[in-house]
Design a protein around this ligand. Structure first.
Ligand code: ADP
Ligand code: MG
Length: 338
């Protein structure tokens, strides 16, 4: 042992990277969220070999100014918040300025971007967190980010990744979560050169669901809307005969962010009671609006989970919302206090 030393920043980033980017799907999520934050209306995602070999994301967003490209891959560098006060009122997906730093520290990263209005574009290449090239390039539309050889710097992490197939499944699910969170986004997804989906811009959540799962499926969904204090739950649930054997059509957002809400699936299931058989998984697409001051999004580096202050209130809200939709003619047993 050589005494206490400060770690070089490249190593710090590499250690922190494990928290932000667990697997290729988390890279896809962070990059598409960045595109949406940049005002993109069209995002194209292409992956190779479960995203382990290559992830390419192109958008038509506002782009990154040439001079700021090196900052984009630096830790705690963000264009989205400036002060502690902003932290209380986050509307963008990102704010930590960590994703690109983390991703670049464990991969070979290339950014091509043209800032809105500029007549030249910029190119930045980084390997394992070290910038190798930064130069003016031909102008492109928006931003393209290419991540190759993910986790090549951390072979242990790479070993823990599951098969290509399960990484592909996780990426697909992540993209659907974003597609339902942002129905107006035109989103294309190609896997190993093959088109998986091409979702045009949809007007609202129900038409997005129809685009993804077909009009018959969407037509059978029940609209849900319920309010308690400052909590508002809206969206769609399966009707009294709809369920699935897997939880593959369960999607939640909080203030339009794709996040999971702990215990929500349990309370939705409970609302169905005996309408669906034991082991049946209800179908739902639900958004919870909650005042951002009652919400802590700063809980987990991947922002997968948000914490609410009123958990009991939320559980009552979920039950009431679902039961009102499922049993429109019956006074809510829940509200009668049974
Ligand atoms: P955060 O999203 O938390 O700000 P990131 O590391 O994900 O942090 O991104 C760093 C910065 O790079 C962003 O704040 C933004 O200014 C810029 N950026 C990243 N991706 C894009 C993109 N697709 N279009 C425009 N700017 C981007
Ligand atoms: Mg981000």
């Amino acid at each position: 042992m050589a005494g206490i030393r400060k770690l070089p920043s490249v190593l710090v980033d590499r250690i922190a990277a494990g928290e932000v980017v667990e697997r290729p799907a988390s890279v896809v999520k962070e990059l598409v969220e960045n595109s949406i934050d940049a005002g993109a209306t069209h995002v194209i995602v292409e992956t190779q070999a479960g995203g382990m070999q290559s992830i390419l994301i192109r958008d038509n967003g506002s782009g990154i100014p040439f001079d700021e490209l090196p900052l984009a891959v630096e830790r705690h560098a963000t264009s989205k918040i400036e002060s502690l006060d902003d932290l209380e009122h986050i509307l963008s997906y990102g704010f930590r300025g960590e994703a690109l730093a983390a991703i670049s520290s464990v991969s070979y990263l290339e950014i091509r971007s043209t800032h809105a209005g500029a007549d030249t574009g910029g190119l930045l290449r980084a390997r394992g967190g070290t910038i190798e090239e930064h130069r003016i390039d031909a102008p492109t539309e928006g931003t393209g980010i290419h991540v190759q050889e993910l986790f090549y710097t951390t072979p242990a992490r790479r070993k823990f990744l599951k098969s290509e197939r399960s990484e592909d499944t996780a990426i697909h699910k992540e993209l659907l979560r974003l597609a339902f969170a942002a129905p107006e986004l035109h989103l294309e997804y190609y896997r190993d050169g093959k088109p998986i989906f091409n979702l045009p811009s949809d007007n609202d959540l129900r038409s997005r669901i129809a685009t993804v799962y077909g009009p018959d499926f969407a037509a059978r969904l029940l609209y849900v809307e319920e309010r308690r204090d400052a909590l508002v739950l809206t969206g769609f649930i399966g009707d009294d005969r709809s369920y699935r054997s897997q939880a593959d059509r369960q999607f939640t957002t909080v203030n339009r962010r794709p996040v999971e809400i702990r215990h929500l699936p349990f309370f939705v299931r409970k609302a169905y009671g005996e309408l669906i058989p034991e082991g049946g998984k209800p179908i739902f697409f639900l958004n919870l609006e909650v005042d951002s001051t009652r919400l802590d999004v700063n809980v987990h580096p991947t922002k997968k989970e948000v914490r609410l202050t009123d958990e009991a209130l939320l559980h009552g809200l979920i039950m009431a919302a679902c039961q009102r939709a499922l049993f429109p003619d019956t006074p809510l047993p829940f509200l009668r206090g049974k």
